[in-house]
Design a protein around this ligand. Structure first.
Ligand code: C5P
Length: 220
C-alpha cells in the first residue's frame, strides 16, 4: 500500500490532538503533535534565561534546540536538549510564551523543516496536527482537514482537559487570546482550497474520528 499522510489543523480546543492520535492509532500511522515542538522551544528559551522579546536570542535558542518527541500515538513524551519536558510544555507559563516562538518567521521555517522530515520518517505514513499543516507544512497530504468548533465548545473541552487546574481567566487566556495571536500568523479559521472543513461543536470524538477515517478511505 502507498503511504498515507493526513494533515489536521485547528484552533486550541477543536479536539485536534485527541482526534489525530485516535486516527493514527486506528490506521496504524505515526502521530506528530507540531504544537508540542513550538512549546518545547518555548521551554528551552525560558530555561536559558532568554527574554521573549529578544528575537535574535529566541532564533538562536530555536536553531540550537534538540527536540525529540514520540511519534507513537500510544505514547506521549517530549524532550528538549536531552531533558524530559512532557509536563512542562503544558504549563500556563509555556502557553503564555509560545507565541514568542511562533510569531518569528525564522523559527517557523526551522520547525516546519523538521516537521516535514519527521512526517516523512515512517514508511506507512503519518497523521500530523497543528495550525499550518494543511497549508504550509504538508499541502500535498492525501487528506487535509480543518477542525473548527464554537468558542463555547472549545472552552468546555479545554476545561475538561485541564481538569480544574486552571482558573476561568487562565482558561480564556489559553483558548481565546491564543486564537487571536495565532490567527495573525496562520489562517486557520477558514479552510484553504481542497481542505475539508469539519465543525465538531456537536460531534462526539468518535464521530470526528469516523469522519476523518472515511475521508482517508476515499482518498486511497
Ligand atoms: O497545538 P498547541 O495548542 O499545542 O500549539 C501551541 C502553540 O504553538 C500555538 O498556540 C501556536 O502559537 C503554535 N503553533 C503554530 N503552528 C503549529 C502548531 C502550533 O504556530 N503548526
Amino acid at each position: 500500500v502507498d503511504r498515507l499522510v493526513i494533515a489536521i489543523d485547528g484552533p486550541s480546543g477543536s479536539g485536534k490532538s485527541t482526534t489525530a492520535r485516535a486516527v493514527a492509532r486506528r490506521l496504524g500511522l505515526s502521530y506528530l503533535d507540531t504544537g508540542a515542538m513550538y512549546r518545547a522551544v518555548a521551554v528551552a528559551f525560558l530555561d536559558a534565561g532568554v527574554r521573549p522579546d529578544d528575537t535574535a536570542a529566541v532564533i538562536a535558542a530555536t536553531s540550537g534546540a534538540v527536540i525529540e518527541l514520540s511519534l507513537d500515538p500510544d505514547e506521549s513524551w517530549v524532550r528538549v536538549n536531552g531533558r524530559d519536558v512532557t509536563e512542562q510544555i503544558r504549563e500556563p507559563r509555556t502557553a503564555q510564551n509560545v507565541s514568542a516562538v511562533s510569531t518569528i518567521p525564522e523559527c517557523r521555517a526551522d520547525l516546519v523543516r523538521r516537521q516535514r522530515a519527521l512526517m516523512d520518517a515512517d514508511p506507512r505514513g503519518c497523521v500530523a496536527e497543528g495550525r499550518d499543516i494543511t497549508t504550509v507544512v504538508y499541502p500535498d497530504a492525501d487528506v487535509r482537514v480543518l477542525l473548527t468548533a464554537s468558542p463555547e465548545a472549545r472552552l468546555r473541552r479545554r476545561a475538561g482537559d485541564m481538569a480544574g487546574k486552571l482558573t476561568e481567566e487562565q482558561l480564556r487566556d489559553q483558548v481565546l487570546r491564543r486564537d487571536r495571536d495565532d490567527s495573525k500568523l496562520v489562517e486557520f479559521q477558514t479552510a484553504a482550497e481542497g481542505v475539508h472543513l469539519l465543525d465538531t461543536s456537536d460531534m462526539t470524538p468518535a464521530e470526528v474520528v469516523d469522519a476523518i477515517t472515511s475521508l482517508a478511505e476515499e482518498a486511497h
